[in-house]
Design a protein around this ligand. Sequence first.
Ligand SMILES: *Cc1c(COP(=O)(O)O)cnc(C)c1O
Length: 371
Amino acid sequence: MDETLNIRQLVRENIRDLVPYSSARDEYSGSASVFLDANENPHNIPLNRYPDPRQIEVKKMIARIKGQQVENLFLGNGSDEGIDLLFRVLCEPGIDNVITVDPTYGMYGVCAGINNVEQRSVLLRTDFTLDADAVLKAVDDRTKMIFLCSPNNPTSNSLDREVVMRIIREVNCMVVVDEAYIDFSREEGTGFPSSTKSTGFPRLTKSMLSHVPEKKNLVVLQTLSKAWGLAGIRLGMVFAHEELIGYLSNVKYPYNINSLTMESALKSLADQSLRENWVNQILVERRKLNERLKSFAFVKRIFPSDANFLLVKMEDPSDVYEFLMNRGIIVRDRSSVPLCEGCLRITVGTEAENLQLCDALDTYNQTKDNV
Ligand SMILES: *Cc1c(COP(=O)(O)O)cnc(C)c1O
């Protein structure tokens, strides 16, 4: 459908011809040395200056690392800004709808609610696989977006890429694939690239990013909040067709990414080996934690994880949650979420943190044995 997809027609009418705010720095982009155009304070260099509203330097660096064009990249104050702007650009309040495949990341539904957009919830199958027919059945001509999270939070599995591609091919709306955890996902049986050979992990699962240039209705979300260890700086990425990126850029706050964020992003992005080491350590710890948790009698099931957390089914999740909390260890209780009954979501921490967790669970196990 992508060749015929008209992005302009998908966009809300009031956004199509919106004239965006034009900042002082938008109107001048040469290399002057005296800046008296933006009512900035001349003191307190360099934070006295407004940041680059187009974020060219950071975008170039990210585009290069990701093998994408700058024109296909939007930067937001976390992925959350990207998600919210997609709603505001595409969805007419009270009229349009979006589809989420649940259980999944809560922000899609929250943003739908804030923007008064109907959220149609389709469930994953009980084995957490994606039911394309169920998704396609929920689509109508007011559907603007389908959110697919892969690897999915909180179920921790990746969605089948062929099934995702089928949905992209068969619909006339945007398909938003949230790849927040993509760096923790590994493809089995595909060989080992030299950089991760020593850890014995298969290579990265293929991102949907490579399809962005050819699929007009594909939007890929990534973030610096997880594998890059930069949740505190708030930097999220939206990769999409340049026309859609243009609309997002017109709607955003002019200076949505601040100077300190851009500075630390540039610094961190320059050294990829640090992130690779962290990811490898987390994958090693994920495997160890999985083994250790399996040995506890009260643990009923650990779902296979492609992310930096484990979804663990237990006999009495709220009891375990409280026990851990009293020892200063906080995990996420997902037991009230459909298909996650009985489950806690446990983030993989450092070796020491995971040991502390397992020691606490060991103690819990013994107190349960004795009653
Ligand atoms: C953590 C997470 C994000 C990251 O959001 P940021 O706003 O970039 O920190 C995005 N999507 C999912 C599914 C997540 O779990």
